[in-house]
Design a protein around this ligand. Structure first.
Ligand code: 5AD
Ligand code: FES
Length: 349
């Protein structure tokens, strides 16, 4: 075990067999050692900085039917909404005043927002706020759409791979194909986006081998950003009676992701904060270096629930902004309000 942890820290890679062995034999002591390595590497790469991103959830309409997700097409109980271009810009104006220099525009897979509508939104944000980064998180689109959005000024794209196991992926995504997911990620990277991948921990039927595949996938793709959160059942989905993912398991995955992709930006996810009162802080302490507070209008917050017990539903954007700052400071880390690009950028990738 000691040898594996040293190899992880020094060479930032492991074989599948080594990863499986590590996950199966990690006791309390070696877990502490893992966490101190991941924390050390994070501080070597990014110091004590934690970057903030303002998250605008602009539509909860989705044509896909992912079994785990609260806004899946088949959920007829959710009240659906779409923000207009003006409403999205207003969120960014508020966010800019709160100090955010990255806006993450996230939605369900909603074709109402055509390529042209999205291009206009991106152009408008980038012309009104030339010093911000725009991150998109809109799901699967075609190459042309990704390309035109990039040319319009979008900087980054989040598209979690969700699980690297084709078997599990296709069980959970009856309307989607694993190969297409991988193709989208490759296209985004080729176009020049800073790309985010990532997965859920504790999905029903997810094995240690599956998690090892997720980590290997990240090690091969070397994404700029990595979102990892626990699976949390949503009461209006087919997975409502399944068990949720564990805090400890999720933290182990965050630490391993840091060691396997040393220069990545890793958010302490809202799902972790929803699972445990200090889940996000715990993630920051083992290698995460980003937090994405909510900037969506209060009226729509509760309608964008991918899982149960989501935090911040009743909190104004401004209170999330200050809440998060205090939480970050409580870990001994410091808020960094710059755009916060991946440090690999400028090194030709
Ligand atoms: N529990 C945890 N995370 C979820 N996501 C979607 N549904 C759930 C759930 N029930 C995650 C997916 C998606 C991201 C936006 O939220 O990984 O990519
Ligand atoms: Fe929203 Fe703490 S981040 S209330």
């Amino acid at each position: 075990m000691k040898r594996l942890l040293e190899k992880l820290y020094n060479q930032n890679t492991l074989t599948k067999e080594e990863l499986v062995y590590l996950l199966q034999h990690l006791d309390e002591e070696s877990m502490k050692e893992l966490f101190s390595y991941s924390r050390k590497l994070r501080e070597e790469k990014y110091g004590k900085k934690v970057y903030l991103r303002g998250l605008v959830e602009f539509s909860n309409i989705c044509k896909q039917d992912c079994l785990y997700c609260g806004i899946r097409k088949s959920n007829k109980e959710v009240e659906r909404y779409r923000l207009t271009e003006d409403e999205i810009i207003q969120c960014c104006e508020l966010g800019y005043d709160l100090g955010y220099r990255t806006f993450v525009l996230q939605s369900g897979e909603d074709s109402w927002y055509t390529k042209d509508k999205l291009v206009n939104i991106v152009k408008k944000i980038k012309s009104q706020f030339p010093d911000v980064a725009v991150t998109l998180s809109l799901g699967e689109r075609d190459y042309d759409t990704y390309k035109e959005l990039f040319d319009a000024g979008a900087d980054r794209y989040l598209l979690r791979h969700e699980t690297a196991s084709k078997r599990l992926y296709e069980k959970l995504h009856p309307t989607m194909k694993f190969e297409n997911r991988i193709k989208c990620l490759a296209e985004l990277k080729e176009i020049g986006y800073q790309v985010g991948a990532g997965f859920m921990v504790g999905l029903p039927d997810q094995t240690v081998e599956d998690l090892a595949e997720d980590l290997l996938f990240l090690n091969h793709l070397q994404p700029h950003m990595i979102g990892i959160g626990p699976f949390i059942p949503h009461h209006q989905t087919p997975l409502k009676n399944e068990r949720k993912g564990e805090l400890k398991d999720t933290l182990i995955m965050v630490a391993l992701a840091r060691l396997l992709v040393p220069d990545s930006l890793i958010p302490a996810t809202t799902a972790l904060g929803s699972l445990d009162y200090r889940g996000r802080e715990a993630a920051l302490e083992v290698g995460a270096n980003v937090v994405m507070p909510n900037l969506s209008p209060m009226e729509v917050r509760a309608k964008y629930q991918l899982y149960d017990n989501k935090i911040c539903l009743g909190d104004e954007s401004a209170s999330c902004r200050w809440c998060i700052e205090n939480r970050i400071k409580s870990t001994g880390y410091e808020v960094d309000l710059s755009k916060g690009d991946c440090i690999r950028i400028g090194e030709n990738q």
